[in-house]
Every structure is written in C-alpha cells, then in structure tokens.
Design a protein around this ligand. Structure first.
Ligand SMILES: Nc1ncnc2c1ncn2[C@@H]1O[C@H](COP(=O)(O)OP(=O)(O)OP(=O)(O)O)[C@@H](O)[C@H]1O
Ligand SMILES: [Mg+2]
Length: 332
C-alpha cells in the first residue's frame, strides 16, 4: 500500500514543481513587457557569471582580484535589478521560483550524497496513510481562528474563572506549550470533558502549530485509528508493521475521542498499550481527548494503560467543563 501512496505523492510533487516553474515563466514574461530593462540586466548577469566560471575553470592563474571584480559587477547588477523591480511595485523575489518547501525545493528529498525523505514528504505520507484532511480542517481550526466568544461566561466548579476565561487561559497555555515543543517537561496531554467543549478544536490548533514548526503530526480519531490497525493486522502484516512504526515515530501523535473505538477483545487494548508504552519510553509527544471520566477510563482500559496515561510526572491532565457550545450555536 505505502509504495503506491509514495508514488502518487511524488507525482503530486512533480506537478507542484511544474506549476511553480510555469508561474515563474508567466512572471518573467510580464516583466519582459513591463520592465524590459530588468531582462537586459538579467542577460548581462548571466554573461558575467559564465565569464566568471570560465576564468575559474580554464584559467587557474587568473588573479583573485579579477574574479572579485567580476563578482562585484554581478552583485551591482543584481542590486540594480531589484531596485528597478521595487520601483515598479514588484516584490524583490518576483523573479525567483516559489517553493512550497524551501528545504527540499519540492523534490521530497534532502541531503547529499545520502538522500533522505524531507519532513514535508513524511508528513504528506502520513496524511495520505491516515486520510487526514489537514488543509481544510486546520485552515478552519487553528490558534488564529480560536474565538473566545463561542464560549459562554458560565461559572465553573472549583474555578474562579468562567468558561470563556478558562478557555482563553488554556489556549495561552497551549500556545506556550507548542512554542517550547519538543522540549516540554510533560509529553502526554489528556483532554477530558463532555461533548461540545472545544477539545477537538484545541487539538487541531496544536496540530497545525506543530506542523508549522516543521514537525510531523498524525491526527486521527481513536475509532478510525484502531479500525485501521485492526484491518491491516488481519490482512497484511507488513502494512500493520509499517502503520505501527509510523505511530511510534511521528513527532506528535494526536488521538481524538478515545473511548469511541470498537472494542475487539485484546486487539484494541494491546495496540493502545503498545503505542502509549513505546511513545512514553521514547519521550515522544502524545495528545489525547476523551468524553470519558477518569474512572470510566480506568474501567475500560487496563492498569498498564491508565497508570501510564495518568502518570502526572509526564502527563498534563486537562479537564474541560461548562456548557456544550454546539447547543449554544444552534440556539442562536
Ligand atoms: N475556540 C473555538 N473557536 C471557534 N469555534 C470553536 C472553538 N472551539 C470549538 N469550536 C467549535 O465548536 C464546535 C464544538 O467543538 P469541538 O468539536 O472542539 O468539541 P469537542 O469537545 O471536541 O466535542 P466532542 O466531545 O463531541 O468531540 C465545533 O464546531 C468547533 O468548530
Ligand atoms: Mg471532539
């Protein structure tokens, strides 16, 4: 399965590079019409660069002063070119190719002579494997779209803050957490609370912010995750192993709605235990949300799982309280 996914993604990357090159061609044509002097300068620069290379390769005795002089001329022309572009209202990088990923320049691979997958390619592979719709969902739900006004000013049990103030404080705490990522003291976060309190929204905020920092993220509901593991376990062992190693290795694993997965005797609990155990040992980051209370979690999962999940030396337990904001939205 993963071989086909990789092939498809590399085709996507080819397409992205082709589009970027076409877009650059169009910008060049536009500049050739509107600021022809820039094109002339560009040609002069290419000539000088060729001359410089020739001197270095063919005439090893050329003085370094002569090479420096050529370089100076090139630099001057470049500055002049940028000046002209800016004068006409164009951005300085208008004639440069725009890569989506500056590390791999949209090839998917980095490093020489040993080529490794770029983080953007690993992330894309995870998105496809786990069918995450990151672009649509995370564009909608992220720290910059977080809206305190969706929460009522409802007083909360055992807190001086009302629901809105509590959520704003929590948002700020998680923004700090992400800015420290991955060097946080506590590497597991467990959100508990009833439905419609903003748990998934905040998990999405964290996913986007962590991906924006260049780390890999799997974000999946427990229901989907354990189904996917189960069906691969019974159909293709190597598929199962590759899913498992991705779940162990990803920088941040986000499991939403723990407790909604189908119970399949030992399968689910073994998988969950392996994931939690391995990631705790590796000191990796795992964020979970659940509608279950702590005692319900204890009832549902073995001590081996809950003792790790509730270990406060590594886990931040965050309780969501208040009124369901979905009901509030429909009541408006
Ligand atoms: N901070 C926020 N700003 C704007 N909209 C929000 C915010 N938090 C939640 N919402 C919206 O409120 C609705 C409910 O939030 P969310 O899905 O995060 O709740 P939940 O706690 O995960 O619920 P459940 O336990 O049922 O999964 C969603 O439509 C979500 O987009
Ligand atoms: Mg949710």
């Amino acid at each position: 399965m993963s071989k086909f996914i990789l092939r498809d993604i590399l085709q996507e990357y080819d397409e992205i590079r082709r589009e970027a090159a076409q877009a650059l061609d169009l910008r060049r044509q536009e500049i050739a019409e509107k600021v022809p002097e820039v094109v002339k300068i560009h040609q002069d620069m290419i000539d000088l660069m060729a001359q410089r290379s020739r001197e270095i390769i063919l005439n090893p005795n050329t003085s370094s002063d002569a090479i420096d002089q050529l370089q100076e001329q090139i630099t001057r022309l470049k500055a002049r070119q940028l000046q002209l572009l800016e004068k006409k209202g164009y951005p300085r990088d208008y004639l440069e190719i725009k890569y989506r990923c500056s590390h791999c320049q949209d090839t998917g691979y980095v490093g020489y002579p040993v080529r490794e997958k770029c983080r953007c390619l690993i992330q894309r592979l995870l998105e496809k494997t786990y069918q995450m719709s990151n672009i649509q969902e995370l564009d909608r739900e992220n720290f910059s779209t977080f809206d305190p006004m969706v929460f009522p000013e409802e007083p909360l049990e055992n807190s001086k803050l009302n629901q809105r103030q509590y959520m704003v404080q929590l948002r700020d705490r998680l923004i700090d957490y992400v800015s420290e990522f991955p060097d946080n003291d506590k590497r597991t976060i467990l959100f508990t609370g009833k439905t419609g309190l903003g748990k998934t929204f905040l998990l999405n905020c964290m996913a986007k912010a962590i991906m924006d920092k260049g780390y890999t993220v799997i974000r999946i509901s427990a229901y989907k995750l354990f189904d996917q593991l189960f069906y691969s376990a019974i159909s293709d062992k190597s598929d199962y192993e590759s899913l498992q190693s991705q779940l162990f290795e990803v920088d941040a694993l986000i499991i939403d709605d723990l407790g909604t997965e189908t119970r399949r005797n030992n399968y689910t609990t073994e998988d969950l235990f392996n994931i939690i155990n391995e990631r705790t040992m590796l000191r990796s980051h795992t964020f979970l949300s659940t509608n279950l209370g702590l005692s319900e979690l204890k009832q549902r999962y073995s001590d081996r799982i809950t003792s790790r999940l509730f270990d406060t030396s590594n886990t931040m337990l965050i309780r969501f309280q208040g009124n369901d904001i979905r009901l509030r939205q429909t009541a408006k």
